[in-house]
Write a protein that binds this ligand. Structure first.
Ligand SMILES: [Fe+2]
Ligand SMILES: [Fe+2]
Length: 499
């Protein structure tokens, strides 16, 4: 994906072809991608979203009082400064483009609008402080959803969000929700599911004073459709319903990556132990007995919504860390795309080996963050166009530990990914760093990462040598394995996968 990123300056090639490429895809004033390239990319990402169900978000960004500047120079610098801020604050997988005269667009694949809010808020703050004049920006945000047919429709919705942001005085980020509802600050949304209207009315009445938006559903099928199209913060679920019962609905939602974090409280007349056990097995977060006691209901709903918000924030923090890891790469033309490639390769190897979902998740996150510690290593060493001397090596070898310390405060979210960050350069014979671990002490996920990391380093250009063909890289990996440094089984998996 790195060739798509808004981060990359057109390569330093000086021939006519490079100039032509630059003219075709880049905007000459800001250096960002131009409208045509934006359009092509958006269409491709929508196609990907439709096909694989990955989330996708589009943001439109505008300087609030651009028209009030008569001076061409002032206008030029506003655009220049804003484009720089955008480039500095988006991930490598995002695309920044000039959309119109003073409008910019950012395509954020893989994220929904709520997780993008932190990054976009950061862009707004950074832009406000980087402008040479006192100026603000507005941002309109929208996520792709099934009811959007094409890129024009998605752009139109982002324009609506942007104009709302401006109508409300500018200097703000406005998010257009899937159903066309504008949202600046979140009011938690509670979905009440019961086939008996009396029960839903009662729960609704109890919840309304808490300032939640209450949505109701009378069947399992309807519930799944609502969750699919709306952001829901908590579900109060009846167990006995005609058709799909509560257990089934709960099981489906808890097995889906996009909905598993929504807390589900079973509201049930059944008090027997067996139905509670079935509920727990289905993934319920809590139980309330009918008829609900107002205090019990509000306390449980409140505390579970708090947990949900905390989880969403942690996911956003994960995004911020990914941006940081990408920022490390963005400064270095040689390692661009390295973390993403390593993450994907390691994930695929792990998958082939039948590792657990928990281990695979650690590999996905650990792969993205494994070299984040390079942020603490001097660029003179990182980009040195020749072999490192002893002292430089000593410094370079500190990056796993630096990365580990950066990420340590998030140990509850990152869990085993921390092990990868710290131990991706350990060798099975104890000759690695930073802890000289040996044999079984090097976990399976750290071993997988080590193989994927070495393979990617060998097959991509580095300041001190060109990329080598994969056959030669395979030879080196086999050598290392026969010397007992890296895991032979993992190397063979990689060879079968790529070779
Ligand atoms: Fe590394
Ligand atoms: Fe690496």
């Amino acid at each position: 994906m790195e060739e798509d990123s808004g981060r990359i300056d057109c390569p330093d090639v000086k021939d006519d072809y490079a100039d032509e490429v630059r003219a075709t895809f880049f905007d000459s004033v800001t250096g960002l991608f131009n409208h045509d390239y934006f359009k092509l990319t958006l269409e491709r990402e929508i196609f990907r979203s439709q096909r694989y169900g990955d989330p996708l978000t589009l943001a439109l960004i505008e300087v609030d009082s651009y028209e009030s500047y008569d001076n061409v120079n002032d206008r030029f610098w506003l655009l220049k400064d804003l484009s720089k801020v955008i480039l500095e604050n988006i991930r490598q997988s995002d695309l920044g483009a000039r959309f119109g005269r003073n409008t910019f667009a950012v395509i954020l694949p893989g994220s929904d609008s709520s997780t993008c809010m932190i990054a976009l808020d950061r862009i707004r703050d950074a832009a406000n402080s980087s402008f040479k004049v006192h100026e603000t920006i507005s941002i309109g945000v929208v996520s792709f959803s099934k009811d959007i047919k094409n890129s024009d429709e998605l752009v139109e919705r982002a324009q609506v969000a942007l104009s709302q942001a401006k109508m409300h005085g500018g200097d703000r980020v406005y998010r257009l929700e899937k159903k066309g509802v504008l949202k600046e600050k979140d009011n938690a949304r509670v979905l009440v599911v019961d086939d008996d209207l009396m029960n839903t009315m009662l729960l609704k009445r109890l919840l309304l004073p808490l300032d939640y938006q209450v949505i109701t559903s009378s069947s399992g099928q309807e519930t799944l459709a609502i969750v699919d199209n709306e952001d829901i913060d908590l579900i109060l679920l009846d167990v006995m319903m005609p058709g799909m019962d509560g257990y089934e609905v709960c099981r489906i939602l808890k097995q889906n990556e996009n909905t598993r974090l929504i807390p589900i409280i079973f509201v049930t007349a059944l008090e027997d132990k067996d139905s509670k056990i079935r509920g727990i097995e289905a993934g319920a977060d809590d139980f309330i007995t009918k008829p609900p006691n107002a205090l019990e209901l509000t306390t449980r709903v409140r505390s579970l919504i708090k947990v949900k918000n905390l989880n969403s924030n942690l996911i956003s923090i994960e995004n911020v860390l990914f941006s940081l890891a990408n920022a490390v790469e963005a400064n270095d033309v040689y390692t661009q795309g390295h973390t993403q490639r390593v993450s994907h390769t390691a994930y695929d190897i792990g998958n082939r080996m039948g590792l657990s979902p928990r281990e695979l998740n650690a590999i996905r996150i650990g792969g993205m963050l494994h070299d984040i510690g390079k942020i603490g290593i001097s660029p003179d060493i990182l980009h040195k166009p020749g072999p490192l001397n002893e002292e430089e090596w000593r410094i370079m070898k500190r990056h796993p530990e630096i990365g580990f310390n950066i990420c340590l405060p998030l140990k509850d979210t990152l869990k085993e990914a921390l092990d990868i960050i710290r131990h991706h350069h350990e060798k099975l014979d104890g000759s690695g760093y930073p802890d000289n671990l040996e044999g079984e002490a090097v976990t399976i996920i750290a071993r997988v990462m080590a193989v994927a990391d070495i393979y990617d380093a060998l097959t991509s250009d580095r300041p001190y040598r060109l990329a080598m063909p994969k056959e030669k890289a395979f030879g080196i990996l086999r050598d290392e394995a026969s010397q007992g440094k890296i895991d032979e089984v993992i190397v063979e998996h990689l060879l079968e996968m790529i070779g």
